[in-house]
Design a protein around this ligand. Structure first.
Ligand SMILES: [Zn+2]
Length: 180
């Protein structure tokens, strides 16, 4: 894949377009989100506004394969998003305010849009992501393994709490009374 570092002198008042194709390796540094596979098309549009301001826009479309929160199986997340931002070359250090203004040092000769593109794509993933929100689409075998793991832990908890509980359970007494 081509580098997402762009020479600032490339930009002119004429709109320019750059295209990239991202794969899974692009997101391998994206912890804590595990991106297993990815095919994302990126169109970066840039146009110089004045001597030290460049208007940019990244349009990202494609899909990511990420683990389902419920069954850990592969689930496909569709990406179709656009993020517009302004690059100001008037700063003394790099700063992305997260709201569309990226300031870079006046001495910089290039801008690396890689972190911006990565964040733009990853921010489309909902906090909780499960197979279409429908349990039937989950990996049944994996769910059984996970459930068995959970029930295996219950006897331990029951033993621990039994020791702390009084010898006679009031609910049990009530039941005995009903039977009498
Ligand atoms: Zn699932």
């Amino acid at each position: 894949m081509d580098s997402l570092k762009l020479k600032l002198r490339l930009f002119s008042s004429e709109p320019q377009e750059f295209t990239y194709r991202l794969d899974g390796s692009f997101f391998s540094v994206a912890e804590p989100i595990e991106v297993r596979r990815a095919v994302v098309e990126v169109i970066l549009r840039a146009r110089r506004r004045d001597a030290d301001t460049v208007a940019m826009e990244v349009a990202c479309s494609g899909s990511l394969t990420i683990p389902c929160d419920r069954c850990m199986g592969d689930m496909v997340h569709q990406v179709d998003t656009t993020y517009a931002f302004t690059v100001s070359q008037r700063g003394d250090r790099y700063d992305d305010n997260g709201e569309g203004l990226v300031t870079i040092p006046a001495t910089a000769t290039e801008i690396d849009v890689e972190p911006i593109v990565r964040d733009t794509v990853l921010l489309t993933i909902p906090l909780t992501h499960v197979h279409d929100g429908i349990r039937e689409h989950c990996d049944e075998q994996m769910l059984r393994v996970l459930e068995r793991h959970l029930t295996d832990q219950e006897p331990l908890q029951a033993e621990a709490s039994a020791e702390q509980e009084p010898a006679t359970d009031p609910r049990w007494d009530a039941l005995k009374k009903l039977k009498e």
